[in-house]
Structure formats: C-alpha cells, structure tokens
Write a protein that binds this ligand. Structure first.
Ligand SMILES: [Zn+2]
Length: 149
C-alpha cells in the first residue's frame, strides 16, 4: 500500500533521529509525481534550534529543491501530529495532503490544542489523514522517553 511505504520512510527518519539523541520524529515530502523530494528527522538539539522539527526541516528542503516557497499538490508524511508551529508552516507551504501517525495530546496543534487548520485565519487547509502507522510511531516515542527517565 502506497501510504505505508511513504510512512515507512518517515519512520526510518524517526529511528535515525532517536539514534542521534533527538525526539524520534521523522517526515518526508512527496512530490505530485510520487517521488520523495525531502526527508528529515528532528534536529533541535544538534542544531540548537527550537524550530528544527522534522516536518519543518523537510518542508524547507523540499522548497529549496523546488525553488519555491509553495509546495502546491505535495504531500507530507510525519510520524507525529504536527505542533502548532509546524501546522502553520504546512499551511504556508500549501501542502496538499498531510498524513500523520501518532496523535500528540501534549503538543499537537492539528486535532487538539490550537487546532490550527480550523481557524478562520488559516488560509490554506490540507486534507488530513491521521493514525497512519500510529502504533509504530508511538512505540518509538514511548521507548525513547522511557530510556531518558
Ligand atoms: Zn513542530
């Protein structure tokens, strides 16, 4: 199934992020032709940058590759529900479809908390599909935080 393969790429980026000591979240951006144009994991600690979330890094890279600040018709796969900042970036980038894995009751901004896409000030709303490979994404996060205690 096509969803599964792209989310597998995102999960692999999450694994690599965890191995670097970052919160294990990964993201990939897929072009309208189905090619993966960018992939990234969290790098907030490595880059000393609170904005270096997986999906924001992947969108930055995809925009640079496209030579455009907009990714109309592109899809984003991310292993965890985007935070409010990333949800805003997704909207600004005009991402067509957002697929995410685990929900994030603590810091999510899509299905809970600020619910960025449901605000009238949000000018572009992607199609949202949640729960994609969620058990695997959740397991990785759980193990990561358990190992830090
Ligand atoms: Zn974020």
């Amino acid at each position: 199934m096509v969803f599964r393969s792209y989310m597998s790429d995102a999960l692999e980026e999450a694994r690599l992020a965890g191995a670097r000591g970052e919160v294990p979240v990964g993201a990939v951006v897929v072009a309208p032709d189905g090619s993966v144009v960018a992939r990234a994991g969290n790098r907030t600690r490595e880059l000393s940058d609170p904005t270096a979330h997986a999906e924001t890094l992947a969108i930055r890279a995809a925009c640079a590759a496209a030579g455009s600040e907009r990714l109309t018709g592109y899809d984003l796969y991310v292993t965890l529900e985007p935070c409010p900042m990333c949800a805003a970036v997704i909207s600004f980038a005009r991402i067509g479809r957002l697929y995410y894995g685990a929900s994030d009751p603590k810091s999510g901004g899509v299905a809970q908390g600020p619910r960025v896409f449901s605000h009238s000030q949000c000018h572009h709303v992607p199609e949202v599909y949640d729960g994609i490979a969620a058990p695997e994404a959740e397991r990785m996060l759980r193990e990561f935080f358990a190992s830090r205690r």
